[in-house]
Design a protein around this ligand. Sequence first.
Ligand code: KG4
Ligand code: ZN
Length: 340
Amino acid sequence: MEKENIYILGIESSCDDTSAAILCNDRILSNVVADQKIHAEYGGVVPELASRAHQQNIVPVVHQAIEKAGITKDQLNAIAFTRGPGLMGSLLVGTSFAKSLAYGLDIPLIDVNHMQAHILAHFIEEENHKKPPFPFLATTISGGHTQIVKVTGYFEMEVLGETIDDAVGEAYDKSGKVLGLGYPAGPEIDRRAQLGNPKAYKFTKPKVGGLNFSFSGLKTAILYFVQREVEANSNFIEENLNDICSSIQYTIIGVLMDKLKLAVKQTGITHIAIGGGVSANSGIRKALKDAEKKHGWITYVPKFEYTTDNAAMIAIVGYLKYLEKDFADFDVMASARLKI
Ligand code: KG4
Ligand code: ZN
Protein backbone atom coordinates (compact mmCIF):
# COMPACT_ATOMS: atom_id res chain seq x y z
CA MET A 1 0.00 0.00 0.00
CA GLU A 2 1.32 3.44 -0.85
CA LYS A 3 2.17 5.69 2.09
CA GLU A 4 -0.28 8.53 2.77
CA ASN A 5 1.17 12.00 2.20
CA ILE A 6 1.26 14.18 5.30
CA TYR A 7 1.11 17.95 4.73
CA ILE A 8 2.41 20.19 7.53
CA LEU A 9 2.31 23.97 7.68
CA GLY A 10 5.21 25.38 9.73
CA ILE A 11 5.17 28.91 11.14
CA GLU A 12 8.21 30.73 12.54
CA SER A 13 8.08 34.17 14.20
CA SER A 14 10.54 34.05 17.10
CA CYS A 15 12.74 37.01 16.16
CA ASP A 16 12.73 39.25 13.09
CA ASP A 17 11.81 36.83 10.28
CA THR A 18 8.21 35.93 9.53
CA SER A 19 8.23 32.58 7.79
CA ALA A 20 5.81 29.88 6.65
CA ALA A 21 6.64 26.57 4.99
CA ILE A 22 4.74 23.59 3.66
CA LEU A 23 6.21 20.14 3.94
CA CYS A 24 4.96 16.96 2.28
CA ASN A 25 6.35 14.26 4.58
CA ASP A 26 10.02 15.25 4.97
CA ARG A 27 10.25 17.22 1.70
CA ILE A 28 9.80 20.96 1.40
CA LEU A 29 7.18 22.23 -1.04
CA SER A 30 7.59 25.88 -0.08
CA ASN A 31 9.52 28.00 2.40
CA VAL A 32 8.64 31.70 2.38
CA VAL A 33 10.61 34.15 4.54
CA ALA A 34 9.84 37.84 4.98
CA ASP A 35 12.77 39.49 6.70
CA GLN A 36 12.38 42.85 8.38
CA LYS A 37 14.65 45.53 6.95
CA ILE A 38 13.49 48.10 9.50
CA HIS A 39 15.98 46.87 12.17
CA ALA A 40 19.05 47.82 10.10
CA GLU A 41 18.39 51.50 10.88
CA TYR A 42 18.72 50.74 14.59
CA GLY A 43 21.74 48.42 14.41
CA GLY A 44 19.84 45.54 16.01
CA VAL A 45 16.41 43.95 16.37
CA VAL A 46 13.85 46.25 18.04
CA PRO A 47 11.31 43.87 19.69
CA GLU A 48 8.31 46.18 19.46
CA LEU A 49 8.88 46.83 15.75
CA ALA A 50 9.45 43.11 15.14
CA SER A 51 6.06 42.11 16.56
CA ARG A 52 4.29 44.83 14.56
CA ALA A 53 5.94 43.63 11.35
CA HIS A 54 4.98 40.01 12.11
CA GLN A 55 1.37 41.15 12.41
CA GLN A 56 1.57 42.71 8.97
CA ASN A 57 3.42 39.80 7.37
CA ILE A 58 1.85 36.69 8.79
CA VAL A 59 -1.27 36.42 6.64
CA PRO A 60 0.42 37.14 3.26
CA VAL A 61 3.39 34.91 4.11
CA VAL A 62 1.20 31.91 5.03
CA HIS A 63 -0.97 32.55 2.00
CA GLN A 64 2.09 32.58 -0.28
CA ALA A 65 3.51 29.41 1.25
CA ILE A 66 0.27 27.52 0.61
CA GLU A 67 0.00 28.89 -2.92
CA LYS A 68 3.63 28.10 -3.81
CA ALA A 69 3.22 24.56 -2.49
CA GLY A 70 0.35 24.05 -4.93
CA ILE A 71 -2.03 22.73 -2.28
CA THR A 72 -5.12 24.09 -0.55
CA LYS A 73 -5.41 24.68 3.17
CA ASP A 74 -7.94 21.87 3.43
CA GLN A 75 -5.18 19.40 2.59
CA LEU A 76 -3.16 20.35 5.68
CA ASN A 77 -2.81 17.61 8.29
CA ALA A 78 -1.38 19.77 11.09
CA ILE A 79 0.07 23.18 11.92
CA ALA A 80 3.43 23.50 13.66
CA PHE A 81 4.56 26.76 15.21
CA THR A 82 7.53 28.10 17.17
CA ARG A 83 6.62 28.18 20.84
CA GLY A 84 10.01 29.57 21.97
CA PRO A 85 12.63 30.62 22.78
CA GLY A 86 12.49 34.11 21.31
CA LEU A 87 10.98 37.56 21.72
CA MET A 88 7.60 37.33 23.45
CA GLY A 89 5.80 39.85 21.24
CA SER A 90 7.06 38.07 18.13
CA LEU A 91 6.24 34.58 19.38
CA LEU A 92 2.69 35.64 20.28
CA VAL A 93 1.90 36.52 16.67
CA GLY A 94 2.85 33.08 15.30
CA THR A 95 1.36 31.22 18.24
CA SER A 96 -2.01 32.98 18.06
CA PHE A 97 -2.19 32.66 14.29
CA ALA A 98 -1.32 28.93 14.38
CA LYS A 99 -3.93 28.27 17.05
CA SER A 100 -6.67 30.11 15.21
CA LEU A 101 -5.99 28.41 11.88
CA ALA A 102 -5.68 24.92 13.40
CA TYR A 103 -8.89 25.51 15.35
CA GLY A 104 -10.68 26.77 12.25
CA LEU A 105 -9.52 23.82 10.14
CA ASP A 106 -10.05 21.37 13.01
CA ILE A 107 -6.58 19.85 12.69
CA PRO A 108 -3.85 19.18 15.28
CA LEU A 109 -1.57 21.91 16.57
CA ILE A 110 2.11 21.11 17.18
CA ASP A 111 4.41 23.24 19.33
CA VAL A 112 8.06 23.41 18.33
CA ASN A 113 11.19 24.40 20.22
CA HIS A 114 13.15 26.76 17.95
CA MET A 115 16.55 25.43 19.12
CA GLN A 116 15.56 21.83 18.43
CA ALA A 117 14.34 22.97 15.02
CA HIS A 118 17.73 24.46 14.10
CA ILE A 119 19.20 21.01 14.76
CA LEU A 120 16.46 18.91 13.16
CA ALA A 121 16.68 21.04 9.99
CA HIS A 122 19.37 18.52 9.05
CA PHE A 123 16.62 15.91 8.55
CA ILE A 124 14.85 17.76 5.74
CA GLU A 125 15.13 15.48 2.69
CA GLU A 126 17.32 17.21 0.12
CA GLU A 127 19.24 16.19 -2.95
CA ASN A 128 22.95 15.78 -2.04
CA HIS A 129 22.48 16.46 1.66
CA LYS A 130 23.74 13.78 4.00
CA LYS A 131 21.92 13.49 7.32
CA PRO A 132 23.96 13.08 10.50
CA PRO A 133 23.69 9.70 12.25
CA PHE A 134 22.93 9.50 16.00
CA PRO A 135 24.73 10.34 18.16
CA PHE A 136 26.09 13.61 16.80
CA LEU A 137 27.13 17.00 18.13
CA ALA A 138 25.17 20.00 16.90
CA THR A 139 26.34 23.55 17.19
CA THR A 140 23.88 26.35 16.53
CA ILE A 141 25.62 29.67 15.92
CA SER A 142 23.64 32.76 15.00
CA GLY A 143 22.75 36.29 16.03
CA GLY A 144 20.60 34.93 18.83
CA HIS A 145 22.20 31.62 19.78
CA THR A 146 25.45 29.84 20.52
CA GLN A 147 25.09 26.27 21.75
CA ILE A 148 26.76 22.88 21.57
CA VAL A 149 24.24 20.06 21.92
CA LYS A 150 24.67 16.30 22.13
CA VAL A 151 21.94 14.68 20.04
CA THR A 152 21.17 10.99 20.63
CA GLY A 153 17.69 10.92 19.05
CA TYR A 154 15.26 13.29 17.34
CA PHE A 155 14.02 14.50 20.71
CA GLU A 156 16.86 13.36 22.93
CA MET A 157 19.13 16.36 23.22
CA GLU A 158 21.46 17.56 25.93
CA VAL A 159 22.93 21.08 25.93
CA LEU A 160 26.64 20.64 26.69
CA GLY A 161 27.51 24.33 26.53
CA GLU A 162 26.10 27.71 25.57
CA THR A 163 26.90 31.38 25.72
CA ILE A 164 26.61 33.08 29.08
CA ASP A 165 26.21 36.52 27.44
CA ASP A 166 26.36 37.51 23.74
CA ALA A 167 25.79 35.08 20.88
CA VAL A 168 28.56 34.63 18.33
CA GLY A 169 26.63 36.56 15.64
CA GLU A 170 26.22 39.40 18.14
CA ALA A 171 30.00 39.41 18.63
CA TYR A 172 30.31 39.95 14.87
CA ASP A 173 27.57 42.56 14.71
CA LYS A 174 28.75 44.54 17.75
CA SER A 175 32.38 44.50 16.55
CA GLY A 176 31.09 45.73 13.19
CA LYS A 177 29.31 48.61 14.90
CA VAL A 178 32.59 49.67 16.56
CA LEU A 179 34.18 49.66 13.09
CA GLY A 180 31.34 51.66 11.55
CA LEU A 181 30.05 48.78 9.41
CA GLY A 182 26.36 48.28 8.61
CA TYR A 183 24.04 45.82 10.35
CA PRO A 184 24.29 42.84 10.34
CA ALA A 185 28.07 43.08 10.06
CA GLY A 186 28.91 39.36 10.01
CA PRO A 187 28.99 38.91 6.21
CA GLU A 188 31.07 42.09 5.69
CA ILE A 189 33.59 41.17 8.38
CA ASP A 190 33.83 37.70 6.81
CA ARG A 191 34.40 39.17 3.33
CA ARG A 192 37.12 41.53 4.56
CA ALA A 193 38.66 38.87 6.80
CA GLN A 194 39.60 36.88 3.71
CA LEU A 195 41.55 39.87 2.36
CA GLY A 196 43.47 40.65 5.56
CA ASN A 197 46.12 39.22 7.86
CA PRO A 198 44.52 37.17 10.67
CA LYS A 199 47.53 37.65 12.90
CA ALA A 200 47.90 41.42 12.45
CA TYR A 201 46.36 42.13 15.87
CA LYS A 202 46.01 39.85 18.84
CA PHE A 203 42.79 39.74 20.87
CA THR A 204 42.73 37.63 23.99
CA LYS A 205 40.31 34.73 23.78
CA PRO A 206 37.63 34.83 26.48
CA LYS A 207 38.28 32.35 29.27
CA VAL A 208 35.13 30.50 30.24
CA GLY A 209 35.19 27.06 31.77
CA GLY A 210 33.98 23.86 30.11
CA LEU A 211 31.90 24.15 26.97
CA ASN A 212 30.27 27.49 27.73
CA PHE A 213 31.03 30.62 25.71
CA SER A 214 31.38 34.31 26.50
CA PHE A 215 31.73 36.97 23.82
CA SER A 216 30.91 40.22 25.60
CA GLY A 217 34.50 40.73 26.86
CA LEU A 218 35.84 40.33 23.35
CA LYS A 219 33.56 43.09 22.05
CA THR A 220 34.80 45.42 24.82
CA ALA A 221 38.44 44.52 24.11
CA ILE A 222 37.92 45.37 20.44
CA LEU A 223 36.24 48.67 21.36
CA TYR A 224 39.11 49.76 23.64
CA PHE A 225 41.72 48.63 21.11
CA VAL A 226 40.09 50.63 18.31
CA GLN A 227 39.60 53.72 20.50
CA ARG A 228 43.29 53.64 21.50
CA GLU A 229 44.53 53.26 17.94
CA VAL A 230 42.20 55.93 16.55
CA GLU A 231 43.51 58.38 19.13
CA ALA A 232 47.00 57.91 17.70
CA ASN A 233 45.88 57.83 14.06
CA SER A 234 42.42 59.05 13.11
CA ASN A 235 42.52 56.99 9.88
CA PHE A 236 43.45 53.77 11.68
CA ILE A 237 40.19 51.96 10.89
CA GLU A 238 40.07 52.83 7.16
CA GLU A 239 43.76 52.03 6.67
CA ASN A 240 43.62 48.66 8.43
CA LEU A 241 40.03 47.48 8.13
CA ASN A 242 40.78 44.17 6.41
CA ASP A 243 43.46 43.25 8.94
CA ILE A 244 41.21 44.21 11.87
CA CYS A 245 38.34 42.10 10.46
CA SER A 246 40.68 39.21 9.79
CA SER A 247 42.07 39.32 13.34
CA ILE A 248 38.55 39.46 14.85
CA GLN A 249 37.45 36.51 12.73
CA TYR A 250 40.58 34.54 13.62
CA THR A 251 39.82 35.03 17.33
CA ILE A 252 36.13 34.15 17.11
CA ILE A 253 36.64 31.05 14.96
CA GLY A 254 39.47 30.03 17.28
CA VAL A 255 37.05 30.13 20.23
CA LEU A 256 34.42 28.09 18.39
CA MET A 257 36.91 25.45 17.25
CA ASP A 258 38.52 25.14 20.72
CA LYS A 259 35.12 24.42 22.24
CA LEU A 260 34.16 21.96 19.52
CA LYS A 261 37.45 20.11 19.96
CA LEU A 262 36.81 19.91 23.70
CA ALA A 263 33.27 18.61 23.08
CA VAL A 264 34.63 15.91 20.76
CA LYS A 265 37.25 14.98 23.35
CA GLN A 266 34.67 14.77 26.15
CA THR A 267 32.07 12.77 24.23
CA GLY A 268 34.11 10.79 21.70
CA ILE A 269 31.56 11.88 19.06
CA THR A 270 33.07 13.02 15.75
CA HIS A 271 29.92 13.72 13.70
CA ILE A 272 29.45 17.49 13.86
CA ALA A 273 26.40 19.30 12.48
CA ILE A 274 26.34 23.09 12.31
CA GLY A 275 23.47 25.53 11.89
CA GLY A 276 22.48 29.19 12.31
CA GLY A 277 23.41 32.27 10.26
CA VAL A 278 27.08 32.20 11.27
CA SER A 279 27.46 28.75 9.67
CA ALA A 280 27.75 30.69 6.38
CA ASN A 281 31.09 32.01 7.62
CA SER A 282 34.04 31.12 5.38
CA GLY A 283 36.38 30.80 8.37
CA ILE A 284 34.26 28.24 10.22
CA ARG A 285 33.67 26.27 7.02
CA LYS A 286 37.38 26.10 6.32
CA ALA A 287 38.20 25.18 9.92
CA LEU A 288 35.67 22.34 9.78
CA LYS A 289 37.10 21.05 6.49
CA ASP A 290 40.58 21.13 8.04
CA ALA A 291 39.27 19.22 11.09
CA GLU A 292 37.85 16.54 8.77
CA LYS A 293 41.32 15.97 7.36
CA LYS A 294 43.26 16.43 10.58
CA HIS A 295 41.00 14.85 13.20
CA GLY A 296 38.74 12.59 11.11
CA TRP A 297 35.58 14.55 11.93
CA ILE A 298 32.57 14.22 9.65
CA THR A 299 30.76 17.54 9.33
CA TYR A 300 27.25 18.41 8.17
CA VAL A 301 26.07 21.80 6.92
CA PRO A 302 22.45 22.24 5.81
CA LYS A 303 21.39 24.32 2.84
CA PHE A 304 21.70 28.00 3.88
CA GLU A 305 17.96 28.55 3.41
CA TYR A 306 17.28 26.02 6.19
CA THR A 307 19.96 27.21 8.56
CA THR A 308 19.01 30.85 9.20
CA ASP A 309 15.64 31.39 10.87
CA ASN A 310 13.00 29.74 8.65
CA ALA A 311 9.75 27.80 8.89
CA ALA A 312 10.98 24.74 6.98
CA MET A 313 12.86 23.69 10.10
CA ILE A 314 9.71 24.19 12.17
CA ALA A 315 7.71 22.10 9.70
CA ILE A 316 10.18 19.17 9.79
CA VAL A 317 9.89 19.05 13.58
CA GLY A 318 6.12 19.22 13.07
CA TYR A 319 6.31 16.21 10.78
CA LEU A 320 8.48 14.19 13.20
CA LYS A 321 6.11 15.00 16.07
CA TYR A 322 3.07 14.25 13.89
CA LEU A 323 4.38 10.72 13.35
CA GLU A 324 4.52 10.35 17.15
CA LYS A 325 1.06 11.96 17.54
CA ASP A 326 2.73 14.45 19.85
CA PHE A 327 0.21 17.30 19.64
CA ALA A 328 -0.23 20.47 21.70
CA ASP A 329 -3.31 21.48 23.64
CA PHE A 330 -5.02 24.65 22.47
CA ASP A 331 -4.16 26.40 25.73
CA VAL A 332 -0.42 26.09 24.96
CA MET A 333 1.42 29.37 25.53
CA ALA A 334 4.45 30.98 23.90
CA SER A 335 7.54 30.75 26.07
CA ALA A 336 10.37 33.28 25.63
CA ARG A 337 12.92 31.21 27.58
CA LEU A 338 11.97 27.71 26.48
CA LYS A 339 14.87 25.26 26.98
CA ILE A 340 15.84 22.28 24.85
O1 KG4 B 1 20.38 32.73 11.82
P1 KG4 B 1 20.34 34.19 11.54
O2 KG4 B 1 19.92 34.63 10.19
O3 KG4 B 1 19.38 34.91 12.53
C1 KG4 B 1 19.44 34.79 13.91
O4 KG4 B 1 20.26 35.52 14.50
O5 KG4 B 1 18.70 33.97 14.51
O6 KG4 B 1 21.79 34.76 11.87
C2 KG4 B 1 22.11 36.10 11.66
C3 KG4 B 1 23.51 36.32 12.22
C4 KG4 B 1 23.92 37.78 12.23
O7 KG4 B 1 24.50 38.07 13.49
C5 KG4 B 1 24.94 37.88 11.11
O8 KG4 B 1 25.92 38.86 11.33
C6 KG4 B 1 25.55 36.50 11.15
O9 KG4 B 1 24.47 35.63 11.40
N1 KG4 B 1 26.20 36.11 9.88
C7 KG4 B 1 27.51 35.91 9.75
C8 KG4 B 1 27.75 35.58 8.39
N2 KG4 B 1 26.55 35.58 7.73
C9 KG4 B 1 25.61 35.90 8.68
N3 KG4 B 1 28.51 36.00 10.64
C10 KG4 B 1 29.75 35.73 10.21
N4 KG4 B 1 30.05 35.42 8.93
C11 KG4 B 1 29.09 35.33 7.99
N5 KG4 B 1 29.40 35.01 6.73
ZN1 ZN C 1 17.34 30.94 15.29
